[in-house]
Design a protein. Sequence first.
Length: 135
Amino acid sequence: MTGESDLRVLLSGLRPELNPGRYVYVTASDGAVPDGARPVVTVREAEGLTLVLPQAEAAAAGLRYSYVAGWITLRVHSALEAVGLTAAVSLALTDAGISCNVVAGFHHDHLFVPYDRAAEAVAVLEVLAAESGTG
């Protein structure tokens, strides 16, 4: 099933959902996922393997982190070739002074925002969706 690429439809159908828990970014310089860690995102970089995982798993594995995030899933099924979704979401969050790290999955886009502002970020995105109605 292909995703949606029309920006107005994407924005009006965002349906942001805050996943439970606290998530952190860590790096594994040896390129291996530590035992007991179940990352929700991995990115292989020249400097090592970046993992985004639950804070409790990072702590249990003795991994250092500094950024604690809330994880928001945009429930709209966006096409990977869609143009403008990341920009529109980033602009709305920028206007609210909320930092955002975006990861695209095959079906959905995922946002990692400061944990203490995650509920506020969801509210901002809900306003964006309401203002982007297809009518």
